[in-house]
Unconditional design. Structure first.
Length: 154
């Protein structure tokens, strides 16, 4: 029962919308916060040097305060912010898909926990999109193959 719920597309959309609303509220209230996320889903621009990147664990905590908080914004379905890494403070723009955020934490207390399973969901959505597109194409081809159906296209 729980497995089917956390893999449900509508549940994932609900979690994403709730998470986005919470982050926007924190921006409005100027509330610093941390995010715990899957590092495999995080992108860095420019990419971090390998010696910095290998220091991240599979689940990584980013603290959004100061300039990092001020630079943070929601773009599409992602949280984007600038941060410095390592002793040299190597600057990079960090992009985290909202559904890649597992927890939002304020003052060491989790205030949001994302239970949606995204990897299986994303694969299912991609497969579903392929099936839908080919299904529409096949239906149209079948319709057009019969000359008597031309009266329906006027």
């Amino acid at each position: 029962m729980l497995d089917s719920l956390i893999q449900d597309k509508d549940f994932a959309k609900f979690m994403q919308t709730s998470l986005q609303d919470l982050i926007i509220l924190f921006f409005q209230k100027e509330q610093n916060f941390s995010i715990l996320c899957k590092i495999e889903e995080v992108s860095f621009d420019p990419p971090l040097p390998q010696e910095l990147f290998t220091e991240f664990r599979p689940l990584t905590l980013f603290f959004l305060a100061g300039y990092t908080f001020e630079s943070a914004r929601i773009e599409g379905n992602c949280l984007v912010f600038e941060a410095g890494f390592g002793q040299e403070n190597f600057g990079s723009i960090v992009t985290v898909p909202l559904l890649g955020i597992l927890q939002v934490i304020v003052e060491e207390t989790p205030v949001f926990i994302n239970l949606a399973v995204t990897t299986e969901l994303e694969v299912a959505e991609k497969k579903g999109a392929d099936i839908d597109e080919s299904g529409v194409e096949n239906s149209m081809a079948t319709l057009l193959a019969n000359p008597e159906n031309s009266k329906f296209l006027k």
